[in-house]
Design a protein around this ligand. Structure first.
Ligand code: ATP
Length: 228
């Protein structure tokens, strides 16, 4: 569903990512793990088709992110680190607005908005103004806007940053509930976030991947095997 080959990105003289390659199968959650400045957001933004790579290729849902960026945007849901939520809109008003921008037909919009509200546990907040919601609920709205057009691929950039422990657990459970129907990349700098939520992991440091594997294989490797 996602194939990345030898991506490089320079910002002037800064090499943000170097020779990044990985793939994600349909229905899996890849944890993209690395410290601040490692190159996670740069990689995510290239996959969304908004940021051109300096070299290398990436395909999302069968579309080339550079050559077919409009198609990629229709097939991807993106939650940036700071999602652009309109505080003066209600939850459902905002989701209708995003669905229209994402090309959902007028006939399909009410159903798609209802489904994403339900999936994200927002049913009792649908008439609320976004600015009146807690951080945890605002992040659910961020995820709802990412899935409102029912994209096969979802990219979540540090989705639990700034949340309290209870909200973190709720958002992680929500993300896990979306796997299977969606293929997900979740970027984070927190190892437990990956071990609790993801089936695959790619570890990035200073712009280069240092490991990519299924989570169970990697944990076994890190701990030196399973002992009874
Ligand atoms: P964070 O968790 O802090 O967002 P990150 O892993 O997402 O970090 P990136 O934001 O992709 O990392 O940054 C990778 C490198 O590229 C860093 O050295 C950063 O300073 C640099 N960088 C990112 N965006 C730009 C830009 N627009 N111009 C110049 N350098 C940039």
């Amino acid at each position: 569903m996602i194939e990345v080959e030898q991506l490089h990105k320079h910002y002037g003289s800064t090499q943000a990512i170097k020779d990044v390659s990985f793939s994600v199968e349909k229905g899996e959650i890849l944890g993209f793990l690395g410290p601040n400045g490692a190159g996670k957001t740069t990689t995510m933004r290239i996959l969304t088709g908004y940021l051109p790579a300096s070299s290398g290729t990436a395909r999302v849902a069968g579309f080339d992110v550079h050559e077919q960026s409009m198609d990629v945007r229709q097939h991807i849901g993106y939650l940036p680190e700071t999602p652009p939520l309109y505080g003066e809109m209600t939850v459902e008003g905002f989701l209708h607005f995003v669905a229209r921008i994402k090309g959902v037909s007028a006939g399909d919009r009410p159903k798609r908005v209802d489904v994403s509200i339900q999936q994200c546990g927002l049913s009792d907040r649908r008439k609320n103004l976004i600015r009146k919601l807690s951080k945890g609920y605002r992040q659910r709205v961020g995820i709802a806007q990412a899935i409102v057009h029912d994209p096969p691929v979802i990219i979540l950039d540090e989705p639990t940053v700034g949340l309290d422990p209870r909200q973190i657990i709720e958002v992680r459970n929500l993300i896990k509930s979306l796997a299977g129907n969606h293929t997900i990349i979740l970027s984070t700098h927190i190892l437990p976030e990956v071990s609790m939520t993801c089936s695959q992991v790619a570890i990035i440091n200073r712009g280069q991947l240092v490991a990519t594997d299924r989570l169970d294989n990697l944990m076994e490797h890190l701990t030196g095997g399973t002992y009874y």
